[in-house]
Design a binder for this molecule. Structure first.
Ligand SMILES: C[S@@+](CC[C@H](N)C(=O)[O-])C[C@H]1O[C@@H](n2cnc3c(N)ncnc32)[C@H](O)[C@@H]1O
Length: 204
């Protein structure tokens, strides 16, 4: 007898987490990183992409500040929650239900606000995702990253070791900051490494 194990559909897995309220990553409010980085990093109305936006607390705050925001997630419940919040506040954002590894934008972004999206993906997918981030940004766009630090095997959240980040976001494509130790606490009990990576106009 042959038993075939099929990979669980990741969209279903994440959707079930939302439906089962197993959303330990959700702060219930915007990350303190928003107040730290905006608006000084780039004033409104810059175009910002929030990949794997979840319930999108940061999307709401960025819209309130006057940014032009596109938000993506493949979990229908997360998208519905975000759309409801935006509607209640009379705000507008381009909210898209799509797989980050298949979606293509029609216009480049000035900023990508990457909050715990990489750590939600299997490490085998990281190069593909990082290539996409590079393509999605304007020539001198900025990647604001909050990369989960778990210091353990397995995931999600997968541990985003600085060595792995340097491999998927190589210095040939990204200007790295000299300071690489800024941490933000996270409701999961882990913390996030906060990095500002500036896209190089052309890869060396
Ligand atoms: C850890 S949660 C983070 C959500 C949000 N950034 C936050 O900090 O609250 C990861 C999110 O990634 C989404 N996700 C995972 N893989 C995805 C993919 N391939 N395409 C789109 N969304 C994805 C999940 O649905 C989930 O909302």
């Amino acid at each position: 007898m042959t038993i075939t194990f099929t990979e669980p559909n990741q969209q279903d897995v994440w959707e079930n987490r939302y439906q089962g309220r197993k959303t330990g990553w959700d702060r219930g409010q915007s990350s303190p990183a928003i107040g730290h980085w905006f608006p000084s990093i780039s004033p409104p109305p810059a175009r910002i992409l929030v990949p794997a936006c979840g319930c999108g607390h940061e999307v709401v705050t960025l819209c309130e500040q006057g940014y032009v925001v596109t938000a993506i997630d493949f979990a229908p419940s997360a998208i519905e929650t975000l759309n409801t919040k935006l509607h209640q506040k009379g705000l507008r954002a381009d909210v898209i239900q799509a797989d980050l590894l298949a979606w293509e934008p029609t216009q480049a972004f000035d900023i990508v606000y990457e909050q715990t999206a990489l750590c939600a993906l299997e490490p085998a997918l990281w190069h593909n995702y990082a290539d996409r981030l590079y393509q999605w940004l304007t020539a001198e766009g900025i990647l604001l990253g909050l990369f989960m630090q778990t210091d353990r095997e397995g995931g999600p959240p997968w541990h985003c070791a600085i060595e792995s980040l340097k491999e998927v976001f190589p210095a040939t494509r990204w200007h790295w900051p000299s300071q690489q130790d800024q941490r933000i606490t996270h409701p999961s009990g882990f913390n996030e490494l906060a990095l500002v990576l500036k896209r190089r106009r052309s890869a060396r």
